[in-house]
Each structure stands twice: as C-alpha cells, then as structure tokens.
Ligand binder design. Structure first.
Ligand code: NAD
Ligand code: MG
Length: 297
C-alpha cells in the first residue's frame, strides 16, 4: 500500500481564498463571520500538558482567545474567560467546548477598560477556579483611522485603556495571588514591529505591550513567575471585520504575507500552550511571533 504523505503545505492548510467583504459592529461575533474562524473546535488534540492548572483568558469568547481556551481545556486546565456582554453567544459556545473537554468553565462578562472591573475579574476568576496559575491577557481593541488629525481623544484613550492600562490593573490584582510556576502571557502583534499607517494608536499600544511584558518578566522572575508575549500576524478574527481594518481590504487580508494567506486562530493555540506550560520553564521576557513570515525582528 502506498504510504500517505504526512507533509501538509502551510500555504493551503487553511482557508486561502479571498475573504467575502463583511462588516460587523464592534466587537463582532465569530458566529456571524463568513467563513467562521477556525479556533480548533474540531481539530485541537490535547495531551495533558496543563493538567490541573487554572487559567484566566481575557477575550476568551472568540478568535485567538477562544483557540487558547479550547486548547487549555483539552490540555487539562480549568478556564475562566472574560468578554463583553454583547459577546454572550460566542462565550457560551466556548464554554461548551471547555465543558465537553471535562473541565470547568467560568464566564465573566464586563468591560476591562474599567479599573474596578479588572480587579473584580481577577478576584472572580481566582474564586471561581479555586486558584490561578495562568493569565492570558488577550483582549484587545483595534479601530483603523487613516488620518491622525481625525483620531478622537475618545478612541485614543479607549485603545490605551483596553490594550495597555487593563494589563496593569489586572497584573496588580493578580500578582499577589500567583505562586512560583505561574505564567502570564500577553498578546502583542506584528504591529509592534511593523506598524501600519492606519493603526497609529493601536500599533503604539502593541509596542507598549512588548515593553510591559519584558519589564514585568524581569520584575517577577525572582518570584518564579514567567511573563511572555505572543505576536500574531494577520489572523482571521472578528477584530478585523468589526472596524479593525477598512472593509475594502478584507478580501485580500493576509495575502501579502510570505505564506500568502491569513492565519487561523487555531494556528496560535500550540504557542499559548507552550508558554503556559512547564515545558517552557526557562523562557521569560520573550515574544513569540506567529506571523506567516513577516518576522518580528
Ligand atoms: P477577537 O475580536 O476575537 O478578540 C478580541 C476580544 O477582546 C473580544 O472577543 C472581546 O471579548 C475582547 N474585548 C475587546 N474590548 C473589550 C473590553 N472593553 N472589555 C473586555 N473585553 C474586550 O479578535 P482577536 O484577533 O482574537 O484578538 C485577540 C488579541 O489578538 C487582541 O489583543 C488583538 O489585538 C491581538 N491580535 C490580533 C491580530 C489579528 O490579526 N486578528 C493580530 C495581532 C494581534
Ligand atoms: Mg469576541
């Protein structure tokens, strides 16, 4: 019998056609996207690499956060997810996958642009899971703006509050609860390294996330807590169709990368698992790019 070729071409492994033009109001829902992003629902297979651990994932309802949530549950972790109240439908879908993996799901809706909520979020996740070992700071806000003279202070403050200040508020609440071996993972972006002209505010927050990650990693190293970041390239998620980019640029999304297509959230899952797990015990203050070839340095 002829042996099946085990190699899979990364250019064609996932959706690589033009995307249909589409637009949703912020923050958008995975459930309403065409095609629906692949967060590993049917494909991610775990192998107990996070057995018994407890993770909080912000923005865990959809996209990259959902891919991490599904993977963490299938690796044996209980998972709390935060999201905005309008994302209840996506959040319930994610919770169903966590529970189908035999793990506990804790749902915590609310706006992380609010300092008090960030404090409550950490406390509720810690209580709901009976402890906290992994925090994935993944929620993010991206609205494109072509002209800095038209960038409103409202948008500027909101982008920094959700993408940057929330990390400080959550870390401040969480660090006293974390034990040696805990792992914090932030989500930065290729935009920190190769900022686009329509994302001046967003790209600036993503560069701030890189500095936050590296500085906090050094501050927490003496306590045995690791802090790392994942820097995605163009990934097919609701963020992109809910004002993250001009609708006209949706069809060609990701096609300008060396691999010739946008990534799917599931293609980041293994990296979030690795950085959370004890297998990366000597890795801290690092940024792991998953960019389709537009490297971060
Ligand atoms: P997504 O829309 O699926 O996830 C973002 C999540 O952020 C939302 O689901 C929402 O729950 C959460 N969020 C937004 N505003 C919030 C608020 N005020 N309060 C609480 N939660 C809020 O999109 P995604 O692409 O999976 O985004 C995840 C992360 O990845 C973000 O930090 C984003 O900046 C980053 N990222 C995405 C891409 C990409 O191409 N999609 C590229 C680089 C970095
Ligand atoms: Mg969402």
């Amino acid at each position: 019998m002829k042996k099946k070729d085990a190699n899979i071409n990364p250019r064609t492994k996932y959706y690589h056609e033009k995307y249909p033009r589409q637009r949703q109001p912020y923050p958008g829902l995975d459930a309403k996207m065409r095609p629906v992003p692949d967060c590993g629902e049917e494909s991610y297979v775990g192998s107990n690499r996070l057995a018994g651990r407890r993770a909080l994932i912000t923005g865990g309802d959809s996209g990259i956060g959902r891919a991490a949530a599904i993977a963490y549950a299938r690796e044996g972790a209980d998972v709390a997810i935060s999201y905005l109240p309008s994302e209840e439908r996506d959040a319930r879908d994610t919770a169903r996958y966590i529970e189908q993996a035999g793990r506990r799901a804790v749902l915590i809706p609310g706006d992380i642009g609010d300092e008090d909520f960030c404090q409550r979020l950490v406390t509720r996740a810690h209580k709901g899971l009976g402890g906290l070992d992994i925090i994935v700071m993944n929620a993010g806000y991206q609205q494109y703006s072509k002209d800095i003279t038209k960038l409103t202070t409202d948008q500027l403050v909101r982008t920094f509050a959700i993408n940057v200040f929330a990390m400080f508020w959550m870390a401040r609440a969480a660090v006293p609860l974390l034990k040696p071996g805990a792992s914090i993972i932030t989500t930065s972006s290729i935009q920190a390294y190769q900022p686009g002209k329509d994302l001046v505010d967003y790209a600036s927050t993503k560069a701030a996330i890189v500095a936050f990650t590296r500085a906090l990693a050094k501050q927490l190293a003496p306590r045995g807590i690791r802090v790392n970041s994942v820097a995605p390239g163009p990934i097919w998620t609701a963020l992109q169709v809910a004002g993250g980019r001009a609708t006209d640029s949706i069809p060609e999304f990701g096609m300008d990368t060396p691999l010739g297509r946008a990534g799917q959230p599931v293609e980041l899952a293994a990296v979030y698992v690795l950085l959370a797990s004890d297998a990366s015990s000597y890795t801290t203050a690092e940024v792991y790019g998953v960019t389709g070839g537009n490297h971060t340095m």
